[in-house]
Design a protein around this ligand. Structure first.
Ligand code: HGY
Ligand code: MN
Ligand code: MN
Length: 416
């Protein structure tokens, strides 16, 4: 396949303006974004993305999970498309670039190909995957997961948010249940540009992360049950305090991660004591645990250590534990040819680059199960993400989008 010429660039200013336009939808309170999946502001963002794709001459298809595919036709429509994209939904205190950069860089590729009148043999499709974040509806990456056959659509439709609203009903409510059966759409390859969400690239002053792997994850919902009683009259030895148990489990999760340094991470992001009254000893606590590691065996050992800690804490505090594993995927190795296409693009364009393992989960981690897939990372300021202070520099966005552009059009085969 002919490689794109090194002077083939994107319009970085237009990309940045488009990012800032999208950032106006679902604003946070500190300059970031709150565009939770399947909310009215998610619908607004989807509608804006669709209007831009319409204006760029794309044909928009939506599948039964609300995944959006904006298609720029190839000279041979019978060939499977090269897909490029990410997600438009954000965390509750999210940034302007997590996911959004990958979708809108895909749009910028289409806009640039239109500007230059370049044709490709394979169609190119820009994708917005529904509910990548897994915040409103856990687990994360649910719609790329259904597309890749990891979950059934019924399972996904039945997921409930904190207000007991079902994912399927919310998808219908915002009008994004498409008529195309999810997972039936062919693809030749998938590329995703994403901010690193960690500190490595910026610290090493490197422009591009060539993502070779995605680390594995295990998420758990844990409920510890003790016994509510009076905070003033219950002697300490008689207490069955679920929050004391939860505090020990938070500490244990942290110690398990530290014991598997340098790659392991462990987080308790949610902790809800019941009944939440200052003078009642908590009788129950519902909490979450997020473990990650690039080696599957280590991830399993961390799970076993967690279970032992829970057993010891329950025995010690006369508590009961319910543990549900709500999310697991093994570490992912991305496709060698796609990874090389990204690396060659960085070299051709004169950007510094290094191989890197993704600490975060991405839709690419599931799409890699059904098609050749890889990712491009750009740096982010201080590695901050899942925080409204998430920030990147325009030239980082441009570099990432240009490397993505070259990898995509090389794979889609430019027609001379
Ligand atoms: O949690 C993650 O890694 C991703 O941001 N959903
Ligand atoms: Mn993301
Ligand atoms: Mn995220």
């Amino acid at each position: 396949m002919a490689a794109p010429a090194s002077n083939l660039r994107i319009n970085g200013e237009r990309l940045w303006d488009t990012l800032m336009e999208m950032a106006k939808i679902g604003p946070g309170v500190k300059g970031g974004n709150r565009r939770l999946t399947l909310t009215d502001v998610d619908k607004e963002g989807r509608d804006l993305f669709k209007s831009w794709c319409d204006a760029a001459g794309c044909a928009m298809a939506v599948d039964t999970m609300g995944n959006m595919f904006a298609r720029r036709e190839g000279t041979d429509p019978s060939l499977p498309p090269v897909m490029v994209g990410s997600h438009l939904d954000t965390q509750p205190t999210g940034g302007k670039y997590d996911g959004v950069l990958g979708v809108l860089s895909g749009l910028e590729i289409v806009r640039t190909l239109n500007d230059l009148g370049i044709k490709t043999r394979h169609p190119i499709e820009v994708v917005n995957w529904t509910n990548e974040e897994g915040s409103r509806y856990a687990p994360a990456m649910i719609s790329s997961g259904v597309f890749a056959g990891v979950y059934t659509q019924d399972y996904a439709y039945g997921l409930k948010d904190a207000d007991d609203k079902a994912l399927g009903d919310e998808l219908k409510r915002i009008g994004y249940v498409g008529d195309e059966e999810v997972g039936t759409r062919p693809l030749k390859a998938f590329f995703e540009l994403h901010i690193e969400q960690g500190p490595i690239l910026e610290a090493e002053e490197i422009d591009i992360g060539v993502v070779t792997h995605g680390q594995g994850q295990r998420w758990f919902d844990v409920t510890l049950t003790g016994f509510e009683s009076h905070a003033g009259t219950t002697p300490m030895p008689r207490r069955r305090d679920a929050l004391v148990g939860a505090a020990k489990l938070v500490q244990a999760v942290n110690e398990i991660a530290l014991a598997n340094a340098p790659h392991a991470v462990g987080t308790c992001g949610v902790l809800n004591p019941y009944p939440g009254s200052r003078n009642v000893i908590p009788g129950a606590v519902s909490m979450t645990i997020d473990f990650r590691h690039p080696i599957d065996e280590t991830l399993s050992a961390m799970k076993a250590a967690m279970q032992k800690a829970i057993d010891d804490i329950c025995a010690d505090g006369k508590l009961k534990a319910d543990v549900e594993e709500v999310f697991y995927y093994a570490p992912v190795a991305f496709n060698a040819d796609c990874v090389s296409a990204v690396r060659r693009a960085a070299e051709r364009l004169g950007y510094s680059h290094r191989d890197i393992v993704s600490g975060a989960g991405h839709d690419a981690c599931y799409i890699a199960r059904v098609a050749p897939t890889s990712m491009v990372f750009c740096p982010c300021v201080d590695g901050i993400s899942h925080n409204e202070e998430e920030e990147i520099h325009p030239h980082w966005a441009t570099a990432g989008a240009e490397v993505l552009f070259h990898a995509v059009v090389e794979t889609a085969e430019i027609v001379e």
